[in-house]
Write a protein that binds this ligand. Structure first.
Ligand SMILES: O=C(O)/C=C/C(=O)CC(=O)CC(=O)O
Ligand SMILES: [Ca+2]
Ligand SMILES: [Mg+2]
Length: 423
């Protein structure tokens, strides 16, 4: 960064970085993560462009010395830390300013010489968990998923519980076991009791499953007693990750009445290393599929946008499902409004999951529980083998993309994990 900019932010969408125009991590994306290199092992905030990672804090520090961001928040300090939490704490105005600044330095040729030394090849860096997860909640926002699970787990009841269309149902998960993509998942051990078992059995789960979801990363902490409205939710929704809510169906089915999922879910939740800012997803905003019958209560009404995100789930390299997030009944803004309607405060680094993304067709179901109908109708993989649930050594990879400006595609990274044998 040799010369500080004195002109308004350029609006050109062409970057001087060598990135093919159809790349999923082009100039319209610019997701944040945390990385380290062999020459500097301290984890710090990085911004992905193409197959490169920008050391954001290092460049911001130069920009500050050059007067480029002197009037703004101290991005350099926030980014030279081992998680995105300090940046999340700065709030929406700082997030917007940071994105404008990153866009400027990556599109204006004048910054090339100053910025280039701080671009690292993706293949040479180590990616870390991008946020220190504060509270973690998982919702249940897909009508198809909720109906399918209802039919499988509670065949004698209505598929949807009576409250389902009145409030976004959720449960509190375990923030300390949220792991970054690539982390091995140890098969959980616990109690199970099938209806035919005379007594509970103890041992490794025999119904280990996945759930394809989006995760929403929250910042701009609030005070105890305050609420976030649907219309203000975007001020606190920083960005989106791909999320796999690993689920042990046998442990879950025996433990969950009456307080909900517990050890069947808490052993691991995988998120992508890249957090795509909500600001990168403006072209993906879509109306919700419909909430007219019944109409939701006023506190859940407002600018409750949906997101047109396309997910893909593969098992050992075979694509087994392509769930569509645009079909979700409840929106992230409504989930945040509901989370805080009782006065519960939010913290920087809070994470909430959308719930399993499932559609009406078999190949759009986001869990093996639904895809195989509780193991009774297995999926066939390209090597000819079949799966009802996961075996040790299986690798599940979830990816996602959304439409971006100018016909571009915004990649949301991947959440991948391999199952290892129970300890
Ligand atoms: O209906 C149930 O008892 C349980 C449902 C789930 O396991 C799903 C859950 O984690 C929420 C979701 O992903 O939609
Ligand atoms: Ca889930
Ligand atoms: Mg989980």
């Amino acid at each position: 960064m040799t010369t500080p900019s004195t002109t308004a932010t350029s609006t050109t969408s062409t970057t001087w970085v060598d990135v093919p125009p159809d790349h999923l991590f082009g100039i319209h994306n610019l997701p944040y993560g945390v990385f380290s290199t062999t020459s500097d092992r301290s984890p710090r905030v990085g911004v992905r462009i193409g197959d490169l990672v920008l050391d954001a804090g290092a460049v911001a520090a130069i920009g500050r010395d050059a007067g480029l961001v002197a009037e703004g928040p101290d991005l350099a300090s926030a980014w030279r830390t081992r998680s995105l939490n300090a940046f999340l704490a700065l709030g929406r105005p700082a997030w917007t300013l940071a994105r404008q600044w990153l866009t400027e330095i990556l599109t204006d040729e004048g910054y090339r010489d100053g910025v280039s030394p701080h671009l690292h090849a993706l293949e040479g860096v180590q990616l870390h968990l991008p946020i220190e997860v504060a509270d973690y909640v998982d919702f249940y926002a897909s009508e198809d998923h909720a109906s399918n699970v209802g039919k499988i787990f509670r065949p004698d009841n209505a598929a949807l519980p009576p409250n389902w269309k009145h409030l976004p149902i959720g449960y509190h998960g375990r923030s300390g076991t949220v792991v970054v993509s690539g982390t091995e998942v140890v098969r959980p051990t616990g109690q199970r009791k099938a209806p035919s078992d005379p007594a509970p059995v103890f041992g490794p789960s025999i119904r280990l499953d996945i759930e394809a979801e989006l995760g929403y990363v929250v910042g701009g902490a609030t005070e105890l007693g305050s609420r976030v409205s649907v219309d203000d939710a975007a001020d606190h929704l920083f960005g989106v990750v791909v999320l796999d809510d690993w689920s042990a169906r046998d442990i879950q089915a025996w433990e969950y009445v009456p307080l909900g999922p517990f050890l069947g879910k808490s052993f691991a939740t995988t998120i992508s290393a890249w957090v795509t800012p909500l600001d990168a997803l403006t072209s993906a905003r879509v109306p919700l599929p419909g909430q007219s019958d019944p109409r939701v209560l006023p506190y859940l009404q407002g600018d409750a946008f949906g997101l047109d995100v396309h997910l893909e789930v593969s098992l050992n390299g075979t694509v087994v499902s392509r769930p569509e997030h645009a079909g979700m009944y409840w929106s992230p803004a409504q989930m945040l409004a509901h989370l805080t309607v009782n006065g519960a405060s939010i913290r920087d680094g809070d994470l909430f999951g959308s719930g399993t993304v499932s559609g009406p067709d078999r190949d759009t179901r986001g869990s093996l529980l639904e895809l195989t109908w509780n193991g009774t109708d297995p999926v066939t993989l390209e090597d000819g083998s079949t799966r009802g649930f996961l075996e040790d050594g299986d690798t599940v990879t979830m990816t996602a993309w959304a439409p971006g400006p100018e016909g571009s595609r915004i990649g949301l990274g991947e959440a991948t994990g391999t199952i290892t044998a129970a300890h």
